[in-house]
Ligand binder design. Structure first.
Ligand SMILES: CC(C)(COP(=O)(O)OP(=O)(O)OC[C@H]1O[C@@H](n2cnc3c(N)ncnc32)[C@H](O)[C@@H]1OP(=O)(O)O)[C@@H](O)C(=O)NCCC(=O)NCCS
Length: 171
């Protein structure tokens, strides 16, 4: 069986278009963002929607049904800040598609390692990242430049909060 994220992604799921959102267009993702996050995460995801390097969205007609907020933390390090899918569109492979696309995107940009954060009790999110080869990164493990997955010097840029785990994988 082919490993998810091993090569470039196939085309978008049937009927959907993959587009980058720029500037004010990003506000089109606010509806599904509000469906997907509450409290401090919603506040932070809204900020990140404006500031992330890239927003890759899946459109059904003109409606944004899923989005990934992607950022470059260092020349060799990509970060998946948030992936979220509208409630009516979950469990159809959309987040998996966006994650495969993010891995392919970062690979073409020359990144060697990708991180993501997830709340410890957000099992759909952790299962999503695990399905694409991510694993939990321990605080004390050797840094990514020393052969481990440790994110030395980068954790502060990731705005991790208490109750979140750091996940990572090499490309
Ligand atoms: C997490 C989330 C993005 C998953 O989106 P999705 O489009 O439903 O996910 P997919 O259908 O692409 O699933 C991909 C893989 O993720 C895992 N997964 C997704 N939802 C899951 C669930 N509810 N329970 C268990 N595993 C789940 C599975 O491993 C799945 O692979 P499989 O379908 O082969 O079993 C979605 O539930 C969501 O938007 N949640 C709210 C926002 C959030 O928490 N985002 C993640 C943190 S940034």
């Amino acid at each position: 069986m082919a490993q998810h994220g091993a090569g470039g992604p196939a085309g978008p799921p049937a009927g959907l278009r993959l587009v980058p959102l720029e500037g004010e267009e990003r506000e089109r993702a606010l509806g599904i963002l509000k469906e997907s996050f509450v409290g401090i995460y919603r506040w932070h995801a809204k900020r990140t929607l404006q500031h992330a390097d890239r927003v890759h969205a899946l459109l059904l007609g003109e409606e944004v049904v899923a989005a990934a907020l992607l950022h470059r933390l260092a020349p060799e390090v990509g970060y998946v800040y948030y992936i979220f899918v509208g409630k009516d569109h979950r469990r159809k492979g959309l987040a998996g598609f966006l994650l495969d696309d993010a891995l392919a995107f970062f690979r073409t940009e020359g990144a060697q390692i990708i991180y993501a954060a997830a709340e410890v009790d957000n099992s759909p999110s952790i299962a999503l990242f695990r399905s694409r080869g991510f694993r939990e990164v321990a605080r004390e493990e050797p840094g990514f430049r020393e052969g481990g997955l440790g994110a030395w010097g980068l954790r502060s840029k990731m705005t991790l909060v208490s109750g979140e785990v750091l996940l990572g994988r090499r490309l």
